[in-house]
Design a protein around this ligand. Structure first.
Ligand code: PLP
Length: 328
C-alpha cells in the first residue's frame, strides 16, 4: 500500500491553491453565484454553516417545510438558537407565492427565509425565481438548500444570499466537501461562531483556513468538467419525462404533480395494500436498486427512484418489476 500521503499534495502548495481557486470559479459559473466557501464535510455541515450566518443577524426568520429536509432545517435553526417561525404545507406540494406573501404580511418582523429547493424526500422542486421575487419585494434575505438540485437542474443563485450544497449527489463527485455560496461579503465572527462554521474566517483566509483534502478538490473539479451542464440538465429532464410516463402507464401513484416535479427524483406513495419494504427488497433481489430504507420513506410507505450519475434512460427493468409487484 502506498502510504506516502505527501504525494497527494499539501493544501498550502501554490499549485493546489491555484486549482482550488479555479474549482471555486467553476462552481460559481455553474450557479451564477458571486462567491463560495468550501468546507470538509457533508451537506448537513453546510446547512449548519448557513444557520451560523443567520444567527449573526439576530433577526427572526421563516423556515419553509414540505418534507423531511425542510424539517431538518428546524434542527439546524434550533442548534444555532435562531428566532424563527415555520410555514408548513402538505408533503408532495411546492410553495406558492401567495402563501409566502401571506406569511410575510402576517409577520413583518421576518428578515429572512430559509427553504429547500428540491425537497428530496417528496421529489418536489420549488420555484427559486418566485422565492427571489418575494424576498426582493419584501427586502429580506433568502437562503436555500440546493443539496438535492445542484447538478440536476439549472440554478441561478444571483439574488440569493446563502445556498448550501455538497460534492456528492448531483455533481457526481465523491462526498466529503460541502459548500456555501454567498452573495454578500462575510465577516469573521470569532465571538459568536465555532471556528469550523465561521464562513467569514474562510473568506478572510482566501478560502483555505484549515486543512483540506486536496484529492477531494481535484476530483470535484474533474466532475465539474465532465459534463456540458446544459446538456446534462436536458438529459435529466428527458429521463424524468420518460420515467413519469412509464410509471403513469402502470398506475404507480407518483407523489409530486408534473407542475412541481423534481426532474431527477420520483417518489411513489404506495397504497396501504403494498409494503414499500417488501417491494424494495423484491426489486433489490432482482438487482434493481430503489430508495426505500431511509426512515422517512419507511414511515410513509414510499419508494423512490433517482437518476444516477451516469444514467441517461430510466430502467425498463424497474418499471417491469414494479408493475408485477403492484399487480399482486
Ligand atoms: C441529502 C440532503 C441533505 C443532507 O446532506 P448530507 O450530505 O447527507 O449531509 C440535506 N438536504 C437535502 C435537500 C438533501 O437532499
Amino acid at each position: 500500500m502506498n502510504t506516502n500521503y505527501d504525494r497527494l499534495g499539501s493544501h498550502r502548495d501554490v499549485s493546489f491553491v491555484k486549482e482550488f481557486q479555479h474549482m471555486r470559479d467553476v462552481l460559481c459559473e455553474l450557479t451564477r453565484a458571486d462567491q463560495v466557501e468550501v468546507l470538509m464535510g457533508s451537506g448537513t455541515l453546510a446547512n449548519d454553516a448557513v444557520a451560523g450566518q443567520l444567527s449573526l443577524l439576530c433577526k427572526p426568520g421563516l423556515i419553509l417545510i414540505s418534507g423531511e429536509f425542510g424539517r431538518r432545517l428546524i434542527k439546524h435553526a434550533n442548534g444555532a438558537k435562531l428566532f424563527f417561525e415555520t410555514l408548513e404545507i402538505p408533503e408532495g406540494q411546492a410553495f406558492e407565492r401567495l402563501e409566502l406573501e401571506r406569511a410575510l404580511k402576517a409577520n413583518p418582523a421576518i428578515e429572512w427565509i430559509w427553504g429547500v429547493h428540491c425537497e428530496s424526500s417528496t421529489g418536489v422542486l420549488n420555484d427559486l425565481e418566485m422565492y427571489k421575487y418575494v424576498c426582493a419585494k419584501y427586502d429580506i434575505k433568502l437562503c436555500v438548500d440546493i443539496i438535492g438540485s445542484i447538478g440536476r437542474v439549472s440554478i441561478d443563485l444571483s439574488g440569493i444570499d446563502l445556498a448550501s450544497c455538497t460534492s456528492g449527489k448531483g455533481l457526481g463527485a465523491p462526498p466529503g466537501l460541502s459548500m456555501v455560496f454567498h452573495q454578500y461579503d462575510l465577516q469573521p465572527a470569532p465571538d459568536f461562531l465555532p471556528c469550523v462554521l465561521d464562513l467569514g474566517i474562510y473568506q478572510a483566509s482566501g478560502g483555505i483556513p484549515y486543512t483540506i483534502q486536496s484529492s477531494l478538490i481535484h476530483t470535484l473539479l474533474i466532475a465539474l468538467k465532465r459534463h456540458n451542464w446544459e446538456q446534462r440538465f436536458e438529459e435529466v429532464r428527458n429521463w424524468s419525462t420518460s420515467i413519469r410516463r412509464k410509471l403513469a402507464e402502470i398506475d404507480a401513484p407518483i407523489l409530486a404533480p408534473d407542475s412541481c416535479a423534481m426532474p431527477a427524483v420520483v417518489t411513489i406513495a404506495l397504497p396501504e395494500i403494498h409494503s414499500s419494504e417488501t417491494i424494495g427488497d423484491a426489486l433489490r433481489e432482482h438487482g434493481v436498486h430503489i430508495n426505500y430504507r431511509s426512515h422517512y420513506l419507511l414511515e410513509r410507505n414510499w419508494i423512490q427512484t433517482c437518476m444516477t450519475d451516469t444514467e441517461k434512460k430510466p430502467s425498463e427493468k424497474l418499471v417491469r418489476l414494479l408493475k408485477k409487484e403492484l399487480a399482486q
